[in-house]
Design a protein around this ligand. Structure first.
Ligand code: ATP
Length: 244
């Protein structure tokens, strides 16, 4: 199977001094869900930002290694160019425009696409998230945390990505809502064939939808394998699934 993305020995430094990624490598097979797990501060969000180019907006820099997307190095490209190639990141903490309606938020996701495709894309998002359709004229800031997360993911779907980077979609959500959102993510992946790299602290939820996963500690991958093998691994059970 083809890897749509390969991250090779990536080193990232913030503010010219703080080394946060220390030779990180991972691969995302096309059409599959890959999870990137690990504790607070391991470097998961930094990895996504290095892929999407958003690192540049935070005084971060790739100092070694490569991000290879569809066979081409993309590290150093500006975020807009990376979006245009089909890579879209949903940031941690939802980051929707609170003063815009739900539908206006969704439309923002399609900024790189022809206006004629807008209607079909909105229909697709509303198919996955009927609740967004019901609330499409409501200001996004008045929606619940779960609905805002749906809006953020819906906005990403509007961009028609080939590779979707999701940063902690479960953050701050009640367990039932986490299940609902992860079911939708899985269905979207299976139906549309979009590759997903999913960053999560909720290892159990992530391993329930991902095919393969990487576990990070302190800027490096310390373990990887199929979701099944990791769920059965006693160390993973003890340290990441709270079963010790
Ligand atoms: P979390 O789940 O808490 O977001 P994470 O695994 O995603 O954790 P990162 O957010 O990538 O981890 O952070 C990794 C390290 O980089 C942390 O020590 C953090 O303090 C540092 N860091 C993150 N962003 C910046 C920044 N803009 N400037 C300087 N240091 C940063």
């Amino acid at each position: 199977m083809n890897d749509i993305l390969r991250v090779e020995n990536l080193e990232v430094v913030y503010n010219d001094v703080v080394l946060v990624l220390k030779g990180l490598s991972l691969a995302c097979p096309e059409g599959r869900i890959t999870a990137l797990l690990g504790a607070n501060g391991a470097g998961k969000s930094t990895t996504l930002k290095a892929i999407s180019g958003l690192l540049q907006c935070e005084d971060g820099e790739v100092t070694d290694g490569a991000v290879v997307y569809r066979g081409q190095p993309i590290q150093g490209l500006v975020p807009e160019k990376i979006v245009r190639r089909g890579v879209f990141q949903v940031m941690e903490g939802r980051r929707i425009f609170e003063d815009l309606t739900v539908e206006e938020n969704l439309r923002c996701g399609a900024f790189t696409r022809p206006g004629s495709e807008m209607g079909d894309s909105l229909a697709l998002v509303y198919d996955y998230f009927p609740r967004l359709k019901e609330r499409r004229r409501q200001l996004a800031g008045y929606m619940s945390g779960g609905e805002q997360q749906m809006c953020a993911i819906g906005r990403a779907i509007m961009a028609k990505p080939r590779l979707l980077l999701l940063d902690e979609p479960s953050l701050g959500l009640a367990p039932l809502l986490v299940e609902e959102i992860f079911d939708i993510i899985k269905r979207f992946n299976e139906k549309e064939g979009v590759t997903i790299l999913l960053v999560e602290q909720n290892a159990r939820a992530a391993l329930s939808v991902a095919e393969t996963a990487y576990i990070m500690e302190n800027g490096r991958v310390v373990m990887d394998g199929t979701a099944r093998d990791l769920l059965d691994n006693p160390d993973v059970q003890e340290f990441y699934l709270g079963m010790g």
